[in-house]
Each structure stands twice: as C-alpha cells, then as structure tokens.
Ligand binder design. Structure first.
Ligand code: PEP
Length: 264
C-alpha cells in the first residue's frame, strides 16, 4: 500500500515570517482535526529563503509536516552564483525536491540533461525527487498527451537503478491546468497515472511500479479534491499550487484527500 501525500508548492510566495505563520496554522488545524499522519504525508515546498524557518518550527514543535525545495543545483559546491546544492537542502532537513516543474522548464534553461543530473543529485543526498511531467494544450489537442507525459518520465528516469527509481515521486501536471482553474477530469488524471505506473512496471519492475507515488497537479482545491482522489485509483495524492498558500484551504484539501483515499 502506498501512503498518500499532499504537497503544497508555494512557488515564489511566503517570506520566512509568512511561512512560519502558514505552517503553524496548518499544523494547528490538522491537530484540532486529529489528523492521522501515519496514513497520509503532508509536505510544503517553500522558497529557499523560508526553508530554515520551516525547519526551526518543525523541530521546535515536533511537527509531522514534511518539507522540501522547488529546485536544486546539479553541482555540489563551488563558483555557481545563486545556486543551492542538494547537500545544503538535505542539511536543512528537506525530504523532497521538485524537479522539472513546467514553470522551471519555461523560465530557466532546464533541459532533460539538467533534470537527470538534478534527480541524481537529490537521490545521492538522500532526498526524494518529485518529477513534474505533463502535456500542454497543443499535445492534448493532437491526442498525444499520454505518450508525451510518459516520454518525459522515460527521458529522465531510464538510466536509474531500480532502487533509485523506487524513490521517485511523479507529479502529472498538465500545463493547461496549472494556475488556470481548469482542472483535469478524474478520468484524465487516472489515465495518466496508470500509464506512468505501467511504464515503471515495463522499464523497471512491478515492485518499482507499486512503490512510486504518482500525484496529480493543476488547479486542485477543496471543491474538486475528493472527487479526483476517489476515482483515480493510480493516483496517490496532489501537488497543489495556489490553494496551498491558504492554510485553511490546504487543511481542507489534505483532510478530504486522506478521507477519499481511505474510502477507495
Ligand atoms: C503547481 O504549480 O504545481 C500547481 C499545481 O499549481 P496550481 O495548483 O495553482 O494549479
């Protein structure tokens, strides 16, 4: 059984003071609801400058909320102005790092070779990559969305060992659904998650396919989370952007997702 996970991608929002407030409020809401972290993971991905504040709060209050980063350098140290290494993130207690988010692919020169090196750096530092894949509206119109998303997974993971592949998380995030309010149907999300899982079974093994957690991302909120989760059996949770910035909304998404996962 894979443990569901809901990940909040804060993007370039919430400075270190706002981050502390947001995580504290989320933790209180989940505590008041007697949230069972043993059956569901909850993680936030702050900007680099807020990670240390989240770490201090999590340690001081012994919170079970996990956290990570939104990208990482491919190099370990040296003259790379502005970069942050995987070891630096691991030293801050990060558990996950997002790789290949469509906004990174669009605004930064992060090609497949870079993404492969990022995945290797993250795994080598003992963290788990959350690899984002998904088609644009053009590929969907052409009817090649599944081949496209699976192809992106293949491009980044094909040279990994079985053990490395089993530590991956994949977020299926159709680009047309990110930040647009146009959420995928549960069938679309399930079809993509199923195709990605089948790919891991074919290239690696049934064991790897069974352990990789596959998330859906794109305009998830508390009104659509239950339906999406209850009907997409290959999906193990969500990567949530905008709706993760409001702790009350994120708390609702987390609890609805956990409930829907239990009832499947
Ligand atoms: C994202 O950026 O990963 C995302 C899913 O954003 P949103 O939920 O705002 O569509």
């Amino acid at each position: 059984m894979r443990k569901p996970i809901i990940v909040g991608n804060w993007k370039m929002n919430l400075d270190h003071l706002e981050a502390t407030y947001c995580v504290q409020k989320l933790a209180w809401l989940l505590r008041d609801a007697h949230f069972d972290y043993s059956s569901c993971d909850v993680a936030v991905m702050p900007p680099f400058t807020s990670i240390r504040s989240v770490e201090v709060l999590v340690e001081a209050d012994r919170l079970k909320i996990q956290y990570g980063a939104q990208t990482v350098s491919v190099t370990s140290q040296g003259a790379f102005t502005g970069d942050v290494s995987a070891d630096m993130l691991a030293a801050l207690g990060c558990k996950y790092v997002i790789v290949g988010h469509s906004e990174r692919r669009k605004y930064h020169p992060e090609d497949d070779a870079t993404l492969v090196d990022q995945v290797r750096a993250i795994l080598a530092a003992g963290m788990q990559p959350i690899l984002c894949v998904g088609e644009s509206y053009d590929e969907r119109k052409q009817g090649i969305e599944l081949e496209y998303a699976v192809g992106q997974v293949n491009d980044i993971t094909r040279d990994l060992s079985e053990e490395e592949a089993a530590n991956m998380l994949v977020a299926y995030e159709p680009v047309w659904a990110i930040g647009t309010g146009m959420v995928a149907t549960s069938k679309t999300a399930q079809d993509a998650a199923h195709a990605i899982r089948q790919h891991f079974a074919t290239v690696f093994s049934a064991k790897v396919a069974d352990s990789v957690r596959i998330l859906y991302g794109g305009s998830v909120n508390s009104s659509n989370a239950s339906q999406l989760m209850s009907q997409a059996r290959d999906m193990d949770g969500f990567l949530v952007g905008g709706s993760s910035l409001d702790p009350e909304e994120f708390d609702k998404i987390v609890r609805l997702t956990q409930k829907a996962a239990k009832q499947r």
